[in-house]
Structures are given as C-alpha cells and as structure tokens.
Design a protein around this ligand. Structure first.
Ligand code: IFM
Length: 491
C-alpha cells in the first residue's frame, strides 16, 4: 500500500517531503563551526549518519553500523544508550523515546537471561537483535554487565531532559527496578572491610581487560542505577499512587527492596589508590605489567588482531576509555584533581583500538585542560569513517563514534553537562582557532541555541515557550523566549 501511495503521489512529492523532513532535522540538530569548511562538512556528515541510523528505528534497535554495512551482523550494543542517545535526547527526544521503548520491549528476554545466569532482575544482552544474547565470547561480551546501568543511565537522561515522566511512571520504571535488582543480587557484602559492597567477575567497557573484580566504571554506574531506581520508585509512590500500585503488581516489588538498593549504593566499593591519586580500573589492575605501547609498531595494531587475548589481558593496556568514561558520565562523583590525575594515568595506555574511545578522551581532555589533545582526539573521531582511519569502514559506519562526535562538540568544547533533575551546566572551552561553535539543546520542549565564542556565550530560545536555567561556571543564567542572553566568559 505504501508503494502504491508513493507511486500515486509521484517522485516530486517524495522529494519535497524528504526536503522538508531534513530541513526540520537541521533546524533542531545542526552544529555550526564557521570558517572551517572541511570540519563543518564532516560534522554534518556525522550528524546525518546518526539520523540515518536512528530516524526509522522505531520498533527495532539502532545497530552498531546502522544500515550501512554488515559489520557486527546488525547487532545492537550499549553504543545506542551511551553514544547515540545523548544526541537523540537533546535534539529529537521522540527518537530517544523510540529507542528506549525498544529496549523496554526486550525486558522479558532480559529477565530470562538473568535467570539463565542465576541472577535476579533483568540482564540485558551485550549484543542482540531479538533480545537474546548473541555474544560468542563471554569475556568481552556477556560479562559486560554494565549494559544494565548504561540503559538506566540513558533512560534517566531522557526523562530528565524531556520531562516525560508519563513514560517513566507507566512503562520504563520497570527497567530501573529490574536492573537495580540485578545489581543488588550480583554484588556481595564484605563485612571484614566494615561493610562494603563488591561486584566481582565482570568486564568493564575496556575489552582488553576482562572478567575482573570491582571494575570502577561498572561500580560507579551501578551505584547510579541503584540510587536512581530507588528515587524513581519513591517518587512514584508519592506522586501517583495508582501508577505505583500497578508497577508493584507488574514487577512484584517486595517490602525492603528499595532500602536494600540504597544500602548497596551507599556501600559500593570504589577502588582508589592513595599513592597515585587515581582510581584503579579494577581491584588488581595496577598489579599488571605495563604494555610498552611506544615500542609497539603500527604493524601490530590494533592489538586484538595481532595478539591472543590471553596476552593482552595480562597487561595494563586499554582498548577504550573505561575510568575516563566514568569521569564523563558521573563527573560529579570525582574531584577536578582526581579527573586530571586519572586522565593523565590512563590516556597514555589507551590504544583507542575501539572507535568508542577517542570521543570520550576528547571530552575529558578538554575538561582537564589538555586542549590540543582534545582537538586531536576530536579530529580523529570526526574523520574515522570519512578517512577510513581504522581501515574497516567497508564493514559499515561506526555509529557510536558519530554520536560521540556530537557529544565531543556539545559536552567537550561546549562544556555541557546534565546533572539530572533539570540541572544543566555549561563550561565551554572553544578550540583556539575557532571563531565560534553553535549547537542546539532541546530541554523540556524548549529548544535553545548555544553559541560559544572566546569571550562570551550566547543563549537564545529558538522554539518553545519555556524558560531554562543553566549554571555557567558557577553563575545561574536564565533564558526565555523573549530575548537572547549574552554571558561574558571570564577565564
Ligand atoms: O560496543 C562496542 C564495544 O564497546 C567495543 N567493540 C565494538 C562494539 C560495537 O561497536
């Protein structure tokens, strides 16, 4: 029927519709970098690629390669929630909701998977198409339990930015409950340490270090997940007793469960090395031998294609950002000094063999003061497929990296952070030779244009009637539809 309709309407009508659709996309999502044509064009190509991968993904996930190639067999990973969702949430919230709806539709399969692994709650598969785990190799696959927290994180981000509590209270809260249950059950208490909660036998984002105890990223994100689930359930209980009662029936919530999640979060073990002033990636990470990356020839890169995993796993060497990603997603849990020290420790031993790495390194490099490095990482990500930098673009576009490019612009150079519950901060760091950077954020139905220049920041409401408040380097700045606001940027 669709084909008949299209034929009836004719080619010109399809062209016009497509043009109008794309015009609306660019109006709400464009990022502008005047005076740098090649960078501008590449940025737009990256944004177009995210849009192409996600616009019609309703009812299905967003594959790691979109629909551009056969790499990863069309599977969906955490790439969606951590790398693609920020762009969708802040520019086109209904696409974000579609992606979350899809995850929600896999909740039953995730419950079954948790049962197979002798756990309570739900465990989302590391890679999947239909909700069943499709990882061939558990160490770098199923053991990445952090995907549960990644999904909860994206859900929380979407609800906070869009204000879509209806979706949360009537459907998505079940994800919070089932993932919190998983963490509470997976971890265990060590009384000899004065009561700390540990999560053992998991793999963090870095796939060159697998099946470890107390992976920093996993513990930090699991703590977030447990707290956020407790908050969502308690808020629902007071705000909407009917919806709460329905939720209790749907998920079989027991007395005491929420208290238990809060206890687990409060007791979560967060490894810290006093001597180095850094967070070890896991309990035994610092005991490993250092990989000599400086003397590893390019012909031996990426490591995973030249060394057996058992060799790689013995060393301190990272495929991709791990602790550094936690510094970005849960920045408020770390001091500025801890962020700098962690970045300085992990950056030299991070290979970037995964394209999910450079965008995150760029964001944190910008935050901790390595502006040149931030820019280099950004360019590496920007051209990863356009210049075929990993020699595998023929397998398909690295969609997570295209999403990360937007985050590197908005959160790296734009310095945008969402602290949850409607708290948004901006601390821009414009690259030296850029005259300006303009990006858009849609928050609670109002779209604000953010323009960063060396000396000032300009906020202007482009659509919607809401008033938005941002913390700009410690000062509250409020912008509404009446007039743009210019904020001088003191250095
Ligand atoms: O999800 C990623 C993983 O983090 C690194 N290897 C590739 C996967 C798919 O992009």
């Amino acid at each position: 029927r669709t084909l008949d309709r299209v034929l009836d309407e004719g080619v010109q009508k399809q062209r016009d519709d497509q043009r109008a659709w794309l015009d609306a996309f660019w109006e709400r999502a464009d990022v502008e970098i005047p005076g740098h044509d090649a960078i501008q064009q590449a940025v737009r190509w990256n944004l177009f690629s995210i849009m192409q991968a996600s616009a019609r993904a309703e009812g299905q996930g967003i594959p790691a390669k979109g629909v551009t190639g056969s790499g990863y067999g069309g599977h969906y990973f955490w790439d969606t929630e951590v790398y693609v969702m920020p762009f969708l949430t802040y520019t086109t919230p209904h696409f974000a909701r579609n992606a979350l709806r899809f995850r929600h539709s896999l909740l039953d399969a995730a419950r079954t998977r948790a049962e197979q692994l002798a756990q309570k709650g739900a465990l989302f598969p590391w890679r999947t198409i239909n909700g069943e785990e499709a990882s061939a190799y558990y160490a770098a696959g199923t053991a990445q339990y952090h995907i549960d927290a990644d999904i909860s994180y994206a859900l929380s981000q979407y609800v906070g930015a869009s204000g879509d509590v209806d979706f949360l209270n009537h459907e998505a809260v079940d994800i919070f409950v089932e993932t919190a249950r998983l963490w509470a059950d997976l971890g265990f208490w060590r009384t000899e340490e004065g009561g700390t909660f540990h999560i053992h036998g998991v793999t963090g984002p870095d796939e060159y270090t697998t099946v470890v105890n107390d992976n920093l990223y996993t513990n930090v994100l699991a703590r977030f997940n447990l707290r956020r689930a407790a908050e969502a359930v308690r808020t629902l209980q007071h705000a909407d007793p009917d919806a709460y009662a329905l939720m209790v029936t749907r998920v079989g919530l027991q007395d005491g469960e929420v208290d238990e999640w809060q206890r687990c979060a409060a007791g979560m073990s967060i490894p810290f090395d006093e001597h180095l002033g850094i967070h070890p990636q896991d309990m035994h990470f610092l005991e490993r031998e250092m990989w000599d990356l400086d003397h590893t020839p390019l012909s031996k890169r990426p490591l995973l294609l030249h060394y057996h995993p058992l060799v790689i796993y013995r060393f301190q060497v990272l495929k991709q950002a791990d602790v550094v990603l936690a510094l970005f997603l849960q920045g408020e849990d770390f001091t500025a000094e801890e962020k700098r020290r962690n970045f300085e420790y992990y950056d030299p031993i991070t290979t970037g063999d995964s394209t999910l790495s450079a965008v995150v390194q760029s964001i944190i490099a910008a935050e901790v003061g390595y502006q040149d490095l931030a820019y280099r990482y950004f360019l590496a990500s920007l051209f990863v497929d356009l210049a075929d930098r990993h020699s595998n673009t023929s397998d398909g576009v690295h969609v997570a990296s295209t999403g990360g490019v937007w985050s590197a612009l908005a959160s790296g150079f734009g310095g945008f952070r969402d602290l949850g519950a409607g708290q948004w901060t901006l601390d821009p760091r414009l690259p030296e030779d850029w005259e300006s950077l303009t990006f858009r954020l849609t928050l609670r139905g109002t779209r604000v244009r953010v323009t960063v220049r060396t000396e000032e920041l300009v906020l202007a409401v482009e659509s919607g009637t809401g008033t938005l408040a941002f913390d700009v380097r410690g000062d509250e700045v409020v912008v509404g539809p009446d007039a743009p606001v210019t904020v001088p940027l003191k250095n």
